[in-house]
Design a protein around this ligand. Structure first.
Ligand code: NAD
Ligand code: TYD
Length: 353
């Protein structure tokens, strides 16, 4: 078996669903089910004995020790995190707790478990730390994309806590020899993404005839990757990556925010036209995010060269799939957008009025 943390969130759940679809190996899925975790996403696995879901906190050492001892996984893939930059600006405390203390607790539990394994299982064991390109800070337009050796210059409370967690992972490899691998992926999009992030928020707001809030001048650049391609890259890193190494993951899809929003509006205009006008009419310019990183871009050539990975989706094909998915899963979105979520939209909106 493998143990996955955060497997009820956006990327973790996509990873678990893809894994169980393609591999004959079970998953223990530990997730705290914060506002971002959603068991509805894993509904199709109900009754499947190869998926064991445990509601648990990665800060809880005794739960982790128990699960490792009971299920003896051969690897850990660590997704669990507080992941939204705007929330980290509003309230950084949970980010410090989960992203730093949680990763520390998981590393310690993994180290004690791994130390006690027989030699061949120790050699084969892997700890994959799913990190982000945001730890490298912000690029100017003329800068080369981030490589694996780019300096860590995190700018938001979110990216600072992810950077801290990466440093802990690195130290646990260097000091104790724990076979860790770290991945740095660019912005993901696709099915089951919680609608606080740019792409699903715009789709859901567009359909509900709400404003499409674009921060600042809308010229900020993100390098978008379809979530299924991120998951296939993580499987490659788990299977063939060299312990102690880090791998960048990205799809070479640098797009300005306003262009992303316009592309979404145009897709919706085609697939589900409004009675009158275009979804573009709902675009609203709102106050800038504090400390807003201008540009992210990823150089993923190492992953291609060393592990033979390449993405399947272009930004156009992935975005069309995503829009269609949200149109076909409006109930999922309704169930996800709880009262807590409506409160958050209200808070975020008031800050930007
Ligand atoms: P998400 O917010 O959708 O999901 C996070 C999951 O972790 C949720 O299910 C939540 O319940 C769970 N969780 C939170 N705190 C926990 C705790 N203390 N113990 C156990 N579970 C806990 O996030 P995501 O977008 O799926 O991101 C997953 C990982 O990938 C994160 O580490 C993130 O930094 C990284 N990443 C995300 C992106 C992106 O664009 N979304 C890009 C690169 C890297
Ligand atoms: P987001 O999806 O929050 O990801 P990240 O901050 O990790 O890159 O935001 C993507 C970009 O979209 C970012 O530059 C902020 C911007 N944005 C908006 O303009 N409006 C919004 O309502 C949101 C959520 C984000």
């Amino acid at each position: 078996m493998i143990l996955v943390t955060g497997g009820a969130g956006f990327i973790g759940a996509n990873f678990v669903l893809d894994w169980l679809d393609g591999v004959d190996e079970g998953v223990i899925n530990v997730d705290k089910l914060t506002y971002a975790g959603n068991l509805g996403t894993l509904k199709s696995l109900h009754g499947d004995p190869s998926h064991i879901f445990v509601r648990g906190d990665i800060c809880d050492r005794s739960t982790l020790d128990l699960l490792l001892a009971r299920h003896q996984p051969r690897a850990i893939v660590h997704f669990a995190a507080e992941s939204h930059v705007d929330r980290s600006i509003h309230g950084p405390s949970d980010f410090v707790q989960t992203n730093i203390v949680g990763t520390f607790t998981l590393l310690e539990a993994a180290r004690f478990y791994w130390n006690a394994l027989p030699a061949d299982e120790r050699d084969a064991f892997r700890f994959v730390n799913v990190s982000t390109d945001e730890v490298f800070g912000s690029l100017e337009q003329s800068d080369a994309p981030f490589s694996e050796t780019s300096l860590y210059t995190p700018n938001s409370p979110f990216s600072a806590t992810k950077a801290s967690s990466d440093h802990l992972v690195r130290a646990w490899h260097h000091t104790y020899g724990l076979p860790t691998l770290t991945t740095h992926c660019s912005n993901n999009y696709g099915p089951y993404q919680f609608p606080e992030k740019l792409i699903p928020l715009m789709i859901i707001n567009a359909l509900a005839n709400r404003q499409l809030p674009v921060y600042g001048d809308g010229q900020h650049v993100r390098d978008w990757l379809y979530v299924g391609d991120h998951c296939s890259a993580i499987r490659k890193v788990l299977a063939k990556g060299r312990p102690g190494e880090s791998y960048n993951i990205g799809g070479c899809n640098e797009v300005k925010n306003i262009e992303v929003v316009h592309m979404l509006c145009d897709l919706l205009d085609d697939i589900r036209p409004k009675r009158k006008g275009s979804y573009r009419d709902q675009v609203t310019w709102v106050t800038e995010r504090l400390g807003h990183d201008r540009r992210y871009a990823i150089d993923a050539r190492k992953l291609g060269r060393e592990l033979g990975w390449k993405p399947d989706e272009t930004f156009e094909s992935g975005l069309e799939k995503t829009v269609k998915w949200y149109l076909e899963h409006e109930q999922w979105a309704d169930e996800t957008t709880s009262d807590e979520f409506q409160d958050w939209l209200q808070i975020n909106c008031q800050k930007r009025a």
